[in-house]
Design a protein around this ligand. Structure first.
Ligand code: NAP
Length: 252
C-alpha cells in the first residue's frame, strides 16, 4: 500500500480530534497546519506547520514538496479565505479535498436573534434596543463597535486585542471555552448584559451563551457564516476518518 500524506488545515477542535484519529492509522502521515495567530495554541498530535503558506501558490508548492495526497479543510467556519485557497490549491495539485465543518447553530422558537452578514450590520443593529453588550467575536474585528460611544461592552476573547481599539466604555475579559451554562448565566447577570454579539460558529464549546441568553430573554446579534466553495463536506470527525482511509486506498 502506498503511504498517504494527509494535510489538515486546522485551528479547530475537530481538526485536533481528526489528527488524533489519523495518527493511529497505518501507512498514513499526518501534517496539521495552523495559521499561527494564537500565542499558545492547543496542539494536535503529529507534525505541525505554522504561519501560513503564502497564498494559493505557496499551498500548491507545499503539497508538492511534502507529497501530500489528500487535503482536509477543517478550519473554522469563519476562516473563509483559507477555504477558498484550499479549493483552488487542491484543484491545481489534483488531490482530493474534504471539508470538515461543524453544523451551524439554529434559532430556537424562543430565541431573540437578529441575523447579520457582517460586523457593520451588527454595529447598526446595536443602535437601537441595546445598552450593555457582550462582544464575543474574537479580537481581530472590533473596530466597527469602538465608535458606538453610548454603549458599554464586555469584550471577551482568548487573548487581549493588541492594540485595543479606542472604546469609550469597555471592559476586557480573557477567557477560552468551553463555557458552562451556569457560568455564562452568572456572567451575563453580573454585568447586566442585554445583548450578545457573536458569530454562528456552531459546536458545543461556545454554545452555552446562547442557552443562557434564551433563558434570560436576551437579544443575540448573530453573524451568519460566510460562503465557501462547494466541495464534499462532512460534519463529523469519524466521517472524515472514513474519507481519509477511502482516498488512501481507493481500489479497496
Ligand atoms: P482566513 O481569513 O481564512 O485566512 C487568512 C490567512 O491565514 C490565509 O490566507 C492563510 O495564509 C492563513 N491561514 C488560515 N488558516 C490557516 C491554516 N489552518 N493553516 C495555515 N494557514 C492558515 O483565516 P482566519 O479567519 O484568520 O483564521 C485563522 C485560523 O484561526 C484558522 O486556522 C482558523 O481555523 C482559526 N480560527 C478562526 C476563527 C475565526 O472566527 N475566524 C475562530 C477560531 C479559530 P496564507 O495565505 O499565507 O497561507
Amino acid at each position: 500500500m502506498t503511504k498517504a500524506t494527509i494535510l489538515i488545515l486546522g485551528g479547530t477542535q475537530e481538526a485536533r480530534e481528526l489528527a488524533q484519529a489519523l495518527a493511529g492509522q497505518p501507512e498514513m502521515n499526518v501534517i496539521t497546519s495552523l495559521a499561527g495567530r494564537t500565542a499558545v495554541p492547543h496542539l494536535p498530535p503529529g507534525r505541525i506547520v505554522q504561519g501560513g503558506f503564502g497564498g494559493i501558490d505557496g499551498l500548491v508548492d507545499f503539497i508538492a514538496a511534502h507529497h501530500v495526497t489528500a487535503l482536509i479543510d477543517a478550519t473554522h467556519p469563519f476562516a473563509a479565505r483559507m477555504g477558498v485557497q484550499a479549493g483552488l490549491a487542491a484543484d491545481r495539485a489534483q488531490i482530493p479535498l474534504l471539508r470538515l465543518e461543524r453544523p451551524a447553530w439554529t434559532r430556537q422558537p424562543s430565541d431573540r436573534w437578529d441575523e447579520v452578514d457582517d460586523w457593520d450590520q451588527a454595529a447598526d443593529a446595536l443602535k437601537t434596543n441595546a445598552a450593555r453588550i457582550l462582544l464575543a467575536i474574537g479580537r481581530q474585528e472590533l473596530a466597527p463597535f469602538a465608535v458606538l460611544d453610548h454603549l458599554w461592552f464586555l469584550i471577551r476573547s482568548v487573548e487581549r486585542p493588541d492594540p485595543m481599539p479606542p472604546f469609550r466604555q469597555a471592559e476586557f475579559l480573557a477567557a477560552r471555552g468551553p463555557f458552562s451554562i451556569a457560568d455564562e448565566t452568572a456572567l451575563l447577570r453580573a454585568h447586566a448584559i442585554d445583548t450578545i454579539v457573536c458569530k454562528n460558529s456552531g459546536g458545543t464549546a461556545s454554545a452555552a451563551k446562547l442557552v443562557a441568553a434564551r433563558e434570560l430573554g436576551l437579544r443575540v446579534v448573530m453573524r451568519r457564516r460566510p460562503a465557501r466553495p462547494v466541495t464534499e463536506t462532512v460534519t463529523q470527525v469519524d466521517q472524515a476518518l472514513v474519507w481519509a482511509i477511502r482516498v488512501r486506498s481507493p481500489a479497496r
